[in-house]
Design a protein around this ligand. Structure first.
Ligand SMILES: Cc1cc2nc3c(=O)[nH]c(=O)nc-3n(C[C@H](O)[C@H](O)[C@H](O)COP(=O)(O)OP(=O)(O)OC[C@H]3O[C@@H](n4cnc5c(N)ncnc54)[C@H](O)[C@@H]3O)c2cc1C
Length: 375
């Protein structure tokens, strides 16, 4: 029998960008394929629905693309079905010709320092899920009656958390933020938000547009300590724009009408969280310097008084029962998306938790090519 004429039956696990783009690519390359998309939550879209910041509605429009794929003939969405709990990988493999794992990177990375288990130390997954009404985090226990919040991390997720903590209630009211989160944010006492990076400004992972947006926040005074702004180490070309923006923050004069100060601090490694009444009282940091590309401690310490800490230092994939996981990287070992014949992966579970929504499209093209080469 000519295998290429055979109708394929494929199960995709996860309805985030990677799962949906892979399903779409499969239909483009081999029309007539039957695809069942299994999603553990009761709504599709993955992080696009439950993590993309509510004040970035243009990004959320990607959901329209997802809807178009889900409406294609041959595609069936199965919501509320968690693979590994409700159905095993082995069962899926019996029922389908191929299985594509697109489960993302659901666990947040930890700091691994003393005091991290205190209340009011919030992972970015939980904070971003909360503002978006992710059912896993709808009842987030967060105390906003604090003066200083520290956001640890130097990527776009850290920027999302800092911006949402600082934005005025009027600005948040223009978004589709989860209503209980909006109401809780109205009780904020926060006057200072510090964004902390282990390395220097020239090693940041901020997007140029995302950092520039801080210059437009009407109620905030944004600053960078000039002493923390030496550009040390090799700065990549892609950072030119974000460095120019940070430089302008370092040179800015204080905004007299600002209600909230946002400070970008660099060369600071968290070492301990001190407690008061079960919550953070302060974050101890060690000043760092660069050794090649790595941040190493200098032996010089500082206490930053704060009552809320948001940890935004990355995500990692979690193991699915019956599948291997590279524990260090939090990804499924694969070659161009192939785990073995009949079993594939795509998106953050394949390549690690970095990259924008669109990167998952390219990734899906590679995985689907591997799958089709096998059939
Ligand atoms: C806070 C945050 C903000 C972001 N903002 C932007 C942005 O503004 N712009 C941008 O381009 N990118 C943004 N990104 C990146 C973007 O969201 C990712 O590139 C993308 O979501 C990764 O896609 P994925 O499909 O691999 O994972 P996910 O989007 O996480 O999708 C995985 C899906 O699998 C489901 N799943 C997991 N386990 C199982 C299981 N066992 N059974 C069934 N289903 C399961 C999950 O519920 C989820 O729906 C952001 C990321 C984060 C964390």
């Amino acid at each position: 029998m000519n295998q290429s004429n055979q109708q394929l039956r494929v199960a995709t696990i996860g309805s985030g960008p990677a799962g949906i783009f892979a399903s779409d690519e499969l239909l483009r390359k081999r029309s007539g394929t039957l695809i069942d998309i299994y999603e553990r939550l009761t709504a599709f879209g993955g992080l696009v629905r439950y993590a993309v910041a509510p004040d970035h509605p243009q990004t959320r429009r990607t959901m329209k693309l997802f809807e178009a794929t889900l409406a294609k003939p041959g595609v069936t969405l199965k919501l509320g079905a968690e693979i590994g709990r409700d159905i095993s990988i082995a069962e899926l493999r019996e029922r389908y010709d191929a299985v594509i794992v697109a489960t993302g990177a659901e666990e947040d990375r930890k700091l691994g320092i003393a005091g991290e288990a205190l209340a009011n130390i919030i992972p970015s997954t939980a904070f971003c899920g909360w503002v978006n009404g992710d059912p896993d985090f709808a009842n987030l226990d967060i105390n906003l009656a604090v003066e200083t919040a520290v956001v640890i991390g130097n990527g776009n997720v850290a920027l999302d958390c800092a911006r949402l903590l600082a934005r005025s209630q009027e600005a948040l009211a223009q978004t589709d933020i989860f209503r209980p989160a909006f109401e809780k944010l109205a009780t904020r006492k926060i006057r200072r938000v510090i964004v902390l990076g282990r390395r220097g400004p020239a090693q940041n992972s901020f997007g140029a547009a995302e950092i520039a947006e801080f210059g437009t926040l009407e109620n905030c005074a944004v600053s960078v300590s000039p002493s923390e702004f030496p550009i040390i180490g090799n700065s990549e070309d892609r950072l030119f724009q974000s460095l120019e923006t940070l430089k302008s923050f370092a040179a800015a004069t204080a905004n007299p009408v600002a209600q909230i100060a946002i400070e970008f601090r660099f060369f600071a490694r968290p070492v301990e969280i001190k407690e008061r009444a079960g919550m953070p009282a302060s974050l101890s940091i060690e000043r760092t310097k660069l050794d090649g590309d790595r941040a190493v401690g200098t032996g010089e310490f500082e206490e930053i008084p704060c009552g809320l800490i948001v940890r935004a230092i990355g995500h990692r994939g979690v193991a699915l029962p019956g599948l291997p996981l590279d524990e260090a990287r939090g990804v499924i070992p694969n070659f161009a998306g192939r785990i073995e014949r009949g079993l594939y992966c795509v998106g953050w579970i394949k390549r690690g938790a970095s990259g924008l929504i669109g990167h998952n499209r390219r990734d899906a093209i590679e995985t689907v090519a591997s799958l089709l080469a096998d059939f």
